[in-house]
Every structure is written in structure tokens, then in C-alpha cells.
Unconditional design. Structure first.
Length: 254
């Protein structure tokens, strides 16, 4: 009909909200296991920038869903106190403060639990272990799914205690992905939800290098110049720092 025009409305596709959940101790120690020597590599090896890791994981899925948008990065970690040493506690504070200043990153901590262990011929020492951090992370995954806080959850951890939370998120219609560091013949596989196909991002050394954090939060610059890590920490203090990051007893006692 003359003079009649058909107008087709175009509505932009909404963003797919991606939230990345990072089990930091698991991420740190698995990276050290696969990409370095856990006993000899400097303590900074294994550290990552949470925001950079989140952006990488969000982008890796854009081939399937180009509308993915990073809605947040949530980091979970145990918090040391003076029993881990004053220098180590301050290093933790510096690192967490840096994360919290990063747009889109939220940090969730719980105090480490300490117990004394005998040390024949020497003073007894405190050994730290995470307690409740995995529960806090699991609750956030489940509550976020049920409150529609995200469309896609990417869980960066190999902790099987998180499986019920992943199952819960999938059950309410959320897409769940996982991410793990990878080398040929990796000793640990990704988290798997029974009866479900979960997309895992295998992150090799080249991708680790894209997101790694080279900052030495243990170092400081006094008047008269800088001091190296070896000048700041004894061998025992350095070992305590590495142990304080672990939430896995098998990783903490090599």
C-alpha cells in the first residue's frame, strides 16, 4: 500500500553479567606447583592481579557469547595476624589494599586459625590454616545465583568443597564455568558437576604471565635506599609466609 511503511523495532541484547570468584590461596599454590619450584621460587611467583584474571576469563568466553560483560571479581582469602610475623601481616595488608582500590574487585577475608607445633631444639612455632573461607565463597555463589546477581559464575578453584554451590547455581539456571592452571599432564583436573557439562578454562603458562603480579609486597623503601627480600626476612620467615597462604594441608607441608 502506498504511503505505508513497516518499521522494525531493534532492541539491543542485554549484557551477560559475568562474576568471577577467586579462591586466592588455591590459585596461588597451584600456579607455584605448575609454573615454578614451590621450594625455591620467589614468594611472588603465583600472585595474580584479580581484575586482570577476571577480564581474561570474561573475554575467553566471548567467542560463544559476545555480550559477556565483567560485572565483578570477588576474591576470597585467609587473613594472617602477628603470629605469622609483623612483616608478613603488613604484606597482606598492602596487597589487599591494592586489590580493594581496583574498580570492580571486592575482597572477602576471614582470620586464619593458628595452632602451635613443636620444633625440637627450637622455639615452638605457630602454623596457620584457612577455616571457613571456602564456606564463605560457596554461600556467595549460591546466594548470588538465587538473587539473580549474575548470569555466569566463573569459579577459579580446584576445591571440591565448592561443588554443592556450583550444583545449586546450575539448578536455578545459571551458567557455571571453572578455570584451572594447566600444563601437560597436570596432576589436578577441573571441578566437575555430576550430570552436567561444565566449561573449564585451561590456563597455561602464557596466560598466567598475562595476569601475574610481579609486585613484592614484602619489600619496603626506608631512608637511604631499598632493601631486598633476603635482607628483610630470614629463611624461616620466608617459609612462614608461603605456608600462611595455603588452605590445603598437602600444599602447606611439602
Amino acid at each position: 500500500m502506498a504511503g505505508v511503511y513497516l518499521l522494525t523495532a531493534w532492541w539491543p541484547m542485554p549484557d551477560t553479567r559475568v562474576v568471577v570468584f577467586i579462591d586466592y590461596q588455591n590459585v596461588y599454590h597451584c600456579a607455584r606447583d605448575l609454573f615454578g619450584d614451590p621450594d625455591k621460587s620467589p614468594s611472588v611467583l603465583g600472585s595474580v592481579h584479580p581484575r586482570h584474571l577476571g577480564e581474561l576469563l570474561c573475554d575467553l568466553g566471548k567467542a560463544v557469547d559476545p555480550h559477556r560483560s565483567l560485572a565483578g571479581v570477588r576474591v576470597y582469602r585467609g587473613q594472617p595476624d602477628s603470629r605469622s610475623g609483623a612483616k608478613l601481616s603488613r604484606a597482606f595488608d598492602r596487597q589487599v589494599a591494592t586489590w580493594r582500590e581496583t574498580p570492580g574487585v571486592s575482597v572477602h577475608t576471614r582470620p586464619l586459625k593458628y595452632h602451635r607445633v613443636s620444633n625440637p631444639g627450637r622455639k615452638a612455632k605457630w602454623v596457620a590454616q584457612e577455616k571457613g573461607v571456602d564456606v564463605m565463597m560457596a554461600l556467595d555463589i549460591s546466594i548470588g545465583a538465587r538473587s539473580n546477581s549474575y548470569d555466569v559464575a566463573i569459579v577459579v578453584s580446584a576445591d571440591t568443597d565448592l561443588l554443592p554451590a556450583l550444583e545449586d547455581a546450575v539448578s536455578v539456571g545459571k551458567r557455571v564455568e571453572t578455570a584451572t592452571w594447566w600444563v601437560p599432564k597436570s596432576p589436578r583436573g577441573p571441578l566437575r558437576v555430576p550430570g552436567r557439562r561444565i566449561w573449564n578454562h585451561y590456563l597455561d603458562r602464557s596466560r598466567f604471565d598475562l595476569v601475574r603480579d610481579h609486585t613484592d609486597y614484602l619489600s619496603w623503601v626506608p631512608k637511604g635506599g631499598s632493601r631486598s627480600l633476603s635482607e628483610l626476612l630470614s629463611r624461616d620467615e620466608h617459609a612462614a609466609f608461603v605456608e600462611s597462604l595455603s588452605d590445603d594441608p598437602d600444599l602447606a607441608t611439602r
